[in-house]
Ligand binder design. Structure first.
Ligand code: MN
Length: 248
């Protein structure tokens, strides 16, 4: 099994190091990751300037770009093989509910899926630096073996969130749906040392709606959450409704 690893926290992140260690036990691994943190860049692709890549260790490349750039460069240029699987993570912080739409971690898995390569995004559900990356990485490596054996449905990838708990405290994985966040963003509005206004997008207390069977619900109870996400964002149920509109 040959696996491409990437992330959005940057090539030096602790979560990526744990992933490299554990996945290397089950597969041939090459890492292509951003040279700095790229969290919340979602599916951004760099088109207006060239991208530089540096080989910083055996089978580890650092790229001056986004997670989506990394998957592209990895698969089309840097790797000498087409990977059987792409794993993105382990992200510092959960990617639950509506937050998947901002996530660079999730977008990297989405990019691989667009290329027809099975992919998994893995995040550690922590509000701080995170402690138990190794337990999450061990689970990711086991899941990689299962996905390699069974494959994934078309245009589908897995969004995995692991509670920040020691291995023996983690509850079994649950297959979940994407939950719903009650988003209360905050903007810090202030003046810089040169007298100019600035605004800084912050995060208020994260609150999530209690949706049984959701990703949030599973993680809140100590379970690993596995959500199958689909590239097609169409709301098929609403097609009939909109066809009823008299548009001209
Ligand atoms: Mn991140």
């Amino acid at each position: 099994m040959k696996i491409l690893l990437t992330n959005d926290d940057g090539v030096h992140a602790a979560g990526l190091a744990a992933l490299i260690r554990r996945v290397s036990e089950v597969a041939q691994v090459v890492t292509v990751a951003p040279d700095r943190e790229q969290s919340a860049v979602s599916h951004a692709l760099t088109l207006h300037h060239p991208l530089r890549a540096a080989r910083i260790a055996d089978n580890v490349f650092s790229v001056e770009g986004t997670p989506t750039d990394c998957v592209n460069l990895g698969i089309h240029s840097l790797l000498s093989f087409r990977p059987d699987l792409v794993i993105s993570g382990i992200n510092r912080g959960a990617n639950l509910c509506d937050d998947v739409t901002y996530s660079g971690t999730v977008a990297a898995a989405m990019e691989a899926t667009l290329m027809g390569i099975p992919a998994i995004a893995v995040s550690l559900a922590t509000r701080n630096a995170g402690e138990h990356y190794d337990a999450a990485a061990l689970f990711a490596a086991r899941l990689a073996v299962t996905v390699f054996e069974k494959g994934l449905p078309p245009d589908t990838f897995l969004n995995v969130n692991v509670p920040d708990l020691p291995q023996d405290k983690l509850l079994p994985p649950i297959i979940t749906c994407q939950g719903k966040r009650s988003y209360e963003g905050t903007i810090v509005d202030n003046v810089d040392p040169r007298g100019r206004s600035y605004y800084w997008i912050g995060t208020a207390d994260q609150s999530f709606k209690e949706v049984p069977g959701s990703d949030y619900d599973a993680v809140a109870h100590g379970h690993i959450s596995i959500t199958p996400l689909h590239i097609d964002l169409t709301n098929h149920a609403s097609i009939a409704l909109l066809k009823g509109w008299e548009l001209r």
